[in-house]
Design a protein around this ligand. Structure first.
Ligand code: UDX
Length: 473
């Protein structure tokens, strides 16, 4: 059979995520949904991440005959940390080491690839797709509001808004979202002073490349992000808002999906939650990349204990910088934790958030965590670290009114006050808002919902991509 005939019979998508927990988890959900819809999928993963998801990999390749993984090195030594502060190293080594292999894999695929879906941060994917004559869809797994901030950087620089003229972070930024955004709410890289900094250059490069894709995929839903999504149309007229992906996949499977977690989940926390009163627990996590200082650890800890709330804390190994303290942990913290707290290293987060005993989430505002909290109807306290998280915190606090934004502050008195506000003083208000948004999230992924319709359109378009590109563009 000629190569083109094979392609007509079998749409084949190659998915290339940024090999980190958040993006991989999210892209695997999309990949599984494509497989369910009968699309052949090759998931390109780094050796480093692939070794850490043996159960999910086995589940996917056993369940779907049209799903396979292919792996390549990310170019970093195995023991090199892959935390948020290492992102530039990771991207550079992927450009140098992974990119040429990516080209080879693409060209040597036994079944011709008919569409490429890559993380928006991979600017090289635009050239690879062009050289191969393939349609490219960028899937930025960060929030649309965060991506909008990223795409706005060249304009903000031109308008003299960035770099900031002074240290006044509460200054409102002109031309952004009707006066809602202060300097402190822009993506973290906007705080950099030197416009020649490699991060700034990377962001500007990404902003130039995103419009080169034939389409943009977003992990969001219309009810949440309609204004930003319509702004995005000016960058790319072909947008698919198919999220929240974890809920969407669950709906299409009519069952729970694999967790795709790269750390082992400690399920004992679920038994602990079973023994707590309804909505009494605040769940705390800073996700898979952020690192807090030891001083911050103690401020959060004191705030939690002093608030009198019950708490479940996922403290990922390596998430606290600096060596162990010489001094002993204060007795009141140990006592307070024994009475009302439970600390583990990694939890099954979707299950935790859905648990009736959980009443709120103190989060770093990573986009997956934000969406998981929204789907579970749990209000948030946002303590953002980097990238889109600053923007997400502002949207949660001011735009969607689903919680409180604690950004740039990590003081035990503030932490205590915010927890009391979320879990006691304004509990009913926030729970009502969160329930209403959760309902909209669920309806968007149900039959006839906006994300469901966008996903069906994505499938149709991928099938059409077997036709030579000049006929569909
Ligand atoms: C990164 C970026 O930094 C973030 O800004 C961007 O929005 C996505 O990628 P990350 O730290 O991975 O963030 O956070 P997030 O997107 O929230 O993803 C973390 C994932 O880990 C979530 O899906 C969450 O369910 C999972 N998780 C976290 C667990 O399964 N168990 C835990 O204990 C903690």
């Amino acid at each position: 059979m000629a190569k083109s005939e094979a392609a007509v019979l079998c749409p084949h998508v190659m998915i290339f995520p940024l090999p980190l927990q958040g993006p991989v988890k999210c892209m695997l959900k999309l990949a599984e949904m494509l497989s369910l819809a009968g699309i052949r999928v090759t998931f390109l993963n780094s050796h480093h991440v692939q070794r850490r998801i043996p159960d999910s990999a086995a589940y996917l390749t056993t369940k779907y005959r049209n799903f396979r993984f292919q792996t390549l090195p990310d170019g970093l030594p195995d023991d090199n940390p892959r935390t948020g502060d290492q992102i530039l190293n990771l991207l550079q080594s992927m450009e140098d080491v992974s990119q040429p292999l990516f080209r080879q894999i693409l060209h040597s695929a036994a079944t011709p690839v008919t569409c490429l879906i890559a993380d928006g941060v991979f600017t090289f994917a635009a050239r690879v797709a062009k050289d191969a004559g393939l349609p490219l869809l960028y899937f930025d797994t960060i929030s649309p509001c965060g991506l909008w901030g990223l795409l706005s950087l060249p304009t903000l620089i031109q308008a003299g808004e960035v770099p900031f003229a002074d240290e006044e972070l509460d200054e409102v930024v002109g031309g952004m979202e009707g006066g809602v955004m202060r300097r402190r709410d822009l993506p973290s890289f906007c705080r950099i002073k030197d416009m020649k900094d490699p991060i700034i250059e990377l962001v500007i490069k990404e902003a130039k490349h995103i419009p080169l894709a034939q389409g943009l995929i977003f992990n969001t839903f219309q009810h949440l992000d309609a204004p930003i999504l319509s702004q995005m149309l000016s960058i790319c007229p072909n947008i698919y808002a198919v999220g929240p992906l974890h809920a969407h996949l669950k709906t299409r499977l009519a069952a729970d999906a694999a967790s795709n977690s790269i750390w082992e989940e400690d399920k004992s926390c679920i038994s602990w939650l079973h023994s707590q009163p309804p909505k009494s627990v605040i769940y705390v996590s800073i996700g898979s990349l952020a690192v807090m200082t030891r001083v911050q650890l103690y401020e959060i800890w004191h705030g939690l204990v002093n608030s009198g709330a019950r708490f479940l804390w996922a403290r990922r190994p390596g998430s606290v910088s600096g060596s162990e303290p010489d001094d002993e942990v204060p007795l009141d913290l140990l006592e307070g934790t024994k009475e009302r707290g439970y600390v583990v290293s990694w939890v099954p987060q979707e299950e935790v958030l859905a648990h009736p005993s959980v009443g709120g989430f103190l989060t770093h505002s990573g986009w997956n965590s934000t969406l998981e909290s929204i789907v579970a109807g749990k209000p948030m306290i946002c303590w953002p670290f980097h990238a889109d998280q600053q923007v997400n915190g502002r949207y949660v606090g001011e735009v969607w009114k689903l919680g409180l934004d604690m950004k740039d502050s990590c003081d035990r008195v503030v932490v205590e006050k915010m927890i009391r506000e979320l879990m006691e003083v304004r509990k009913d208000f926030f729970l009502e808002r969160a329930h209403a948004m959760a309902k909209l999230a669920h309806s968007s992924v149900g039959p006839g919902g906006s994300s469901s319709l966008d996903f069906d359109r994505l499938i149709q378009d991928i099938k059409m991509m077997n036709i030579p590109m000049n006929k569909i563009l």
